[in-house]
Design a protein. Structure first.
Lengths: 395, 395
């Protein structure tokens, strides 16, 4: 058996986070991903991250994060020769992913309609902030702009703090995962019909999907939402201060609600309907606030989890990464001796496991243009051609 | 044109959000999804949402959000007869998705090892909080518990208001999308190998993937990620107050940085090297604060977007949903009539468009057990058998 995408060639003309993450997921599952970057410049994520030396070397940790298993070439798509090489690459590929401003690649003669002529089975995935057309089709944004625009920020925070940005780049990550799903769906479809596809994904759509539950509720009832803090909703589904830190409790379904109050010595308070709980929030919350203050967060986590009540001590990222469960899940891969990076570094892999032939890291994130000779030779260019491209700044 | 998953049969034994969302994404792309619920204890999402009337009739908006295009049957899997019917359903299914506690299904004789004996090409996807085994393998959690445990809350908010929960159920949706990706990957793999697959997906894995660049940076430098509120270490990628509201800027790459300061009449300040921007954050932020306070947020959004500088006014979710751009995206579907609910149900569908055979909704979210007769009839049960199963509480 082999990994799902072995033999699948992906041209990755993306930068920053959402696009590179999508192709990273495909690369872990066996795809041959060729990352295409502007000569001399490179993906801006190469210059971003907390290690300034790596940023200077264009190997910043933001790039390392999703650079493994890819090959890298440089190509100036504004030159005729660069466009010609791209057309040749696309002809040999199964998938092309790009996240330029809508219409930018079309203007260079590298849009979906241009490339499908020579490769009708091509799956061409475009990722943008607002989609390929419409009144905002030519607008641009990053994760945090769409967090602000879509209302994600308006429902995060407290009444005092006002709208707050969510710490992780959830829209980039969500859009990357969604794009990986869309591409896998299109590959499956092509396997059965032979047809290519154009995928139009965007950060705004992802933001609305991430707020699906709130949107369906709001459109049904017309009740506009304020910040969804942890002090709202059912009392047994909230955060509490303990002797030494915050405890998040999630006794949500009937069984968990019953077990929570049994465990706390008040069985008569448990196993209540959702509606009853909403109406009696204050009494439940008062009891829980008092009792949770009597022990440490870690003690409560262990006590409640042993009784099958969802609960966890609030942790920092550093604490979370060091939790033994994380090592057990093998979410991270450590690279030693990667070219262009002094010392070891560790990157996330994938958020699921397969019984066999699942996601795996094979090669480290390559330096800018590391595979120019190799990839161009595969396309049929001779050593003299390649030297010419280099001399003229095409690669 | 056909959609990717037409002809694919999925048994969906999931509840709450992440699992039902994964199955929903496959359903809007054409899969025949059969949702299986306990007749006495249905999916708790049917009892949650913003409309209390609907919560009482098992049609809460929490369920409606991702119930379209599915068929619904009830089966008590604690009875032998219930399990027998499940096995009959699984025999010719392509995919089974479940999100019960690890070990719960194997204990009932309906784990992957049991099912692959009757259907070796089955793709069986388990979704849990922490994965199938390991030190936390027996523990349970919901979205907000994972937000607390993973460190996502610890990096959201300002030092004063942190930790904060993200307003959306971001881990649930991201886990659902990730599982949809894993399933579609396994379906593609099966086309080539003819073999089934077991997928072990976890919410904690997803949270840590979402924190990817924070974690890669932290593990390399030992510098803890901190809650930075609405500020970025680049002043040109931060939030500012205007005359009447807030605007989020993201002049991130060198071109955008150049254009921002040119548009504000200070070309001398543009195109700074990334490290230089961090070192000179204060003067840049001072200037931006002063200038941006002079006009309204809408004016700035229009003006900056015209100059190709990513910027957006901070909106509520309701405002964002009325933006004209949304009409060009096929993200929302309005059901003309939902049996058991009435009119006025609009649900989000999918975060991408396809050139052909893309996501669409045909049927409304079904009532609990709505398709019992239809599905059991097709399995060969006579009307009298079905009546007896109903009497015995099996369905």
């Amino acid at each position: 058996m082999s990994r799902p995408f072995e033999g699948i060639k992906v041209i990755d003309i993306t930068h920053v986070l959402a696009g590179p993450f999508a192709t990273y997921q495909l690369a872990l599952l066996g795809a041959d991903v060729i990352k295409v970057e502007q000569p001399g410049e490179g993906d801006q994520s190469r210059e971003s991250g907390p290690d300034h030396d790596l940023n200077q070397a264009k190997m910043g940790t933001s790039y390392l994060n999703q650079g493994s298993n890819k090959r890298c070439i440089t190509l100036d798509l504004k030159t005729a020769q660069g466009q010609e090489i791209m057309r040749r690459l696309a002809k040999s590929a199964d998938v092309l992913v790009e996240n330029y401003r809508a219409g930018a690649l079309r203007a260079l003669g590298l849009g979906y309609d241009d490339l499908r002529v020579h490769n009708p089975g091509l799956i061409y995935c475009s990722l943008t902030a607002w989609g390929q057309d419409g009144p905002r089709g030519d607008h641009t944004a990053y994760d945090q702009v769409i967090q602000g625009y879509s209302g994600v920020m308006s429902i995060t925070g407290t009444a005092e703090s006002g709208p707050m940005r969510c710490g992780p780049q959830l829209l980039d990550f969500g859009t990357g995962t969604t794009a990986a799903f869309a591409i896998a769906s299109a590959l499956f479809h092509r396997e059965r019909t032979g047809e290519g596809q154009h995928i139009d994904g965007c950060l705004t759509d992802t933001a609305f999907v991430l707020m699906s539950a709130q949107i369906t509720g709001w459109l049904r009832t017309g009740k506009e939402l304020g910040p969804q803090t942890t002090g709202r909703g059912n009392a047994s589904h909230s955060a509490y201060e303990t002797k030494d830190g915050t405890l998040m409790v999630g006794a949500s379904n009937r069984g968990q609600h019953k077990r929570l109050f049994e465990a706390l010595g008040r069985p008569e308070m448990g196993d209540k309907s959702y509606e009853y709980r909403r109406e009696n929030r204050d009494a439940e919350a008062a009891f829980l606030s008092d009792i949770f203050a009597t022990r440490t967060a870690q003690e409560w986590e262990e006590f409640l989890q042993a009784r099958h009540v969802p609960a966890a001590r609030l942790r920092t990222v550093a604490e979370a990464v060091n939790d033994p469960q994380v090592a057990h899940r093998a979410i991270h891969h450590r690279h030693n001796d990667a070219p262009g990076v002094d010392g070891p570094f560790t990157v996330p892999v994938a958020a699921f496991k397969f019984a066999k032939d699942g996601p795996r890291v094979d090669t480290p994130p390559p330096p800018l243009g590391a595979h120019n000779d190799e990839v161009l030779t595969e396309l049929g260019y001779g050593a003299a051609d390649i030297a010419g491209f280099r001399e003229h700044g095409v690669i | 044109m056909t959609r990717p998953y037409e002809g694919i049969k999925i048994i969906d034994i999931t509840h709450v959000l992440a699992g039902p969302f994964a199955a929903y994404q496959l359903a809007v792309l054409g899969a025949d999804v059969i949702k299986v619920e306990n007749p006495e204890d249905c999916d708790q999402s049917r009892n949650t949402g913003y409309d209390p009337e609907l919560n009482r009739t098992n049609m809460g908006t929490g369920y409606l959000t991702q119930g379209s295009n599915k068929r619904s049957i009830t089966l008590n899997l604690k009875t032998e007869k219930g399990r027998e019917i499940l096995m009959a359903l699984v025999k010719d299914a392509d995919v089974l998705v479940e999100n019960f506690r690890p070990g719960a299904f194997p204990a009932l004789g309906i784990g992957y090892e049991d099912m692959k004996k009757i259907n070796p090409t089955l793709i069986y996807c388990s979704m849990t909080a922490f994965g199938q085994d390991g030190p936390r393998g027996t523990q349970t959690a919901y979205d907000h518990v994972i937000q607390a445990l993973s460190g996502i809350m610890a990096i959201t908010g300002t030092p004063e208001v942190s930790p904060l929960k993200t307003g959306t159920q971001v881990i649930d949706y991201a886990t659902g999308t990730m599982a949809a990706f894993a399933i579609s990957t396994a379906l593609f793999q099966r086309e080539k190998t003819g073999k089934g697959q077991y997928i072990d997906s976890s919410m904690l894995d997803v949270a840590l993937m979402m924190l990817g660049s924070n974690i890669t940076g932290f593990l390399h430098t030992g510098k803890h990620p901190r809650p930075s509120g609405n500020d970025h270490h680049y002043a040109s990628s931060s939030l500012y107050e205007t005359k009447d509201g807030m605007v989020m800027l993201a002049a991130s790459n060198k071109g955008q940085h150049t254009r921002l300061f040119k548009a504000l009449g200070r070309p001398d300040m543009g195109d700074k090297d990334y490290d230089h921007r961090i070192a000179n954050r204060e003067p840049e932020a001072e200037l931006l604060k002063g200038v941006l306070a002079e006009r309204t947020a809408d004016e700035w959004e229009n003006y900056l977007q015209e100059s190709h500088v990513p910027a957006g006014r901070v909106r509520t979710m309701g405002e964002a949903l009325q933006d004209p751009q949304l009409k060009t995206r096929k993200i929302l579907h309005r059901h003309p009539e939902v049996p058991g609910v009435g009119e006025n149900v609009t649900v989000p569908m999918c975060a991408f468009k396809l050139a052909h055979g893309g996501p669409s909704i045909e049927t409304p979210p079904p009532r609990l057990g709505e398709h019992n007769d239809e599905i059991l009839g097709k399995l060969g049960y006579a009307a009298s058998d079905i009546a007896a199963l109903r009497d015995a509480g099996v369905i």
